[in-house]
Write a protein that binds this ligand. Structure first.
Ligand code: BTN
Length: 184
């Protein structure tokens, strides 16, 4: 895929959105070493708004910033505490989430169908991410996998709200004439 200036601008814009969502403080939960965060909504937006390729580049760019030491992750962390901590599984899953969301939208021909877009975001951006996160959490903490999966169900209501918000925001942006010119 040959990148045009517009593609790079869109990717940079999406990285900025993901970083900004990380400014919202995490909500720690006492019984599981994983907080409720808002940055995962940026990953959902990347797949929905930019599609599978550019959306993936946006998340890869965001993680690369963390790798070079920029404190882009929620709570002002760079990659080291994330990748060596209990939440590494979620972040690894984020790297393929926009691809899966974009591919799901393509397969279901869901560009103008909010419900189908929502299904794609829920499957890839919520269930898949929470499952990968649970697997790593179970390895990291040595808790049984089923316990980690059950613990992760606490995120589902909030993540479903984020998925719904992401679909609504994208719909509003795509309906906006000026935004549509920027996105195409
Ligand atoms: C990080 O260390 O910055 C990553 C945190 C991952 C938190 C996960 S993302 C899916 C689920 N929903 C949340 O609100 N929190 C967890």
């Amino acid at each position: 895929m040959k990148m045009k200036t517009k593609d790079l601008t869109q990717i940079a814009f999406m990285i900025a959105i993901i970083v900004i969502l990380g400014f919202i403080p995490p909500l720690p939960l006492g019984f599981i070493p994983v907080p409720i965060i808002f940055q995962n909504m940026g990953v959902m937006l990347a797949g929905l708004l930019l599609g599978k390729k550019k959306g993936t580049w946006a998340v890869v760019g965001f993680v690369l910033l963390g790798i070079v030491g920029v404190p882009v992750f929620t709570g002002g962390r760079s990659i080291i505490p994330v990748i060596t901590g209990p939440t590494a599984g979620y972040v690894l899953a984020w790297l393929v989430t926009p691809y899966l969301i974009g591919r799901g939208v393509e397969l279901m021909q869901a560009k103008d169908k909010m419900v189908l877009q929502w299904i794609s975001v829920v499957v890839a951006g919520v269930l898949f991410v929470d499952l990968c996160g649970s697997i790593w959490l179970s390895v990291y903490t040595k808790m049984p996998l089923m316990q980690a999966i059950l613990g992760n169900t606490v995120f589902i209501p909030g993540d479903l709200i984020k998925a719904t918000l992401a679909v609504v925001v994208v719909k509003a942006l795509v309906h906006n004439q000026r935004m549509r010119m920027l996105l195409n």
